[in-house]
Design a protein around this ligand. Sequence first.
Ligand code: ATP
Length: 362
Amino acid sequence: MQIDNLKHQPHVRIDHVTKSFGDFSALRDVSLDIWPGEFICFLGPSGCGKTTLLRAIAGLDIQSEGQIFMNGRDVSALPPSQRDFGIVFQSYALFPNLTVNQNVAYGLVGRGLKRAEMDRRVASLLDTVGLPDQGRKHPTKLSGGQQQRVALARALATEPKLLLLDEPLSALDAKVRNHLRREMKDLQRNLGVTTIMVTHDQHEALTMADRIVVMSGGQIEQVGTPEEIYQNPASAFVADFVGEMNFIPAEIVADNRVRIGRIEFDADTSGQRERSVLAAVRPEDVVVSTADGRPNSFRARIEEGEFLGSFFRARFGGGDLGENSLRADVAMHDIRNLKLRPGEEMPVAIPRERIRVYAQAV
Ligand code: ATP
């Protein structure tokens, strides 16, 4: 019974948390459970409250309302030092006058470890983050990526059960960032440490997270696996923020039937109360072919197009689309028999299950 309870207990529970700065609410009634060993990303545009939420979990900022639990214990009133976590910031925040070894050992000082044990732990941590033999250097002698590895080793030194990452990769160049992304994800999986990472980079969230928490305006818009968020965005905001999306004004003409321009489509309209809606379709879901007469198909003209290596990106307009335009990303292996050139008119289809219908306001 007790084991069951532990298994079913979130590692972190955020319970109706609100954070105000004066009149402004940076977080508005946020609730979320995070499970042991999960990799969670807080994803959203600048100012949506993701850092504020991370800082509230850390105890670096105290929420104005609501509570935060760790393993079932209310930690809302505890200082950061009494919450078991390691943290990495975007700016590395290493001590420049200390060596790499001393930086990593920092959190271990005062824990009653013998010198030899401490040295062994530090060396092992530097090994873990891929920096063996760098311990005697000063951080300023290291690259940005290496400095962030040191910051990660330092955060892991006390073997915290929770790792908090505040945009840890965003100061790094694209190549180093991609590399570290993979390494951090592998490390997290191997250690099994519950991890919460703040990012505004959708690719980072999609590739690293077990679950993504999409935020906007101090609130949670959607929580789901990367696949759920990408394939089934709960709102036009999420659909727009994650991945590419065509939004086209449409009208519901009957249950599960929408009109765009001069074309009527089958689409799931459940949950919509207004007649005027937005139809949303991802560019890669638009089917371009030589065959007329498919379900949900129409004729349209390529107005612009560019070859992008593995796919062709076309903007369709005119024809049955009327004033609307529709972007399509057509995989090269699908287009051998097609003349994809501006001015060409051809059949285009959007499978029913690939059209999402949202209320008008984005
Ligand atoms: P970014 O990626 O730009 O850091 P974010 O989603 O992490 O964005 P937060 O840093 O959480 O956003 O800030 C959310 C809102 O709260 C912002 O409008 C910000 O200006 C405001 N805010 C944050 N900290 C304070 C503070 N100490 N005093 C006043 N307003 C603050």
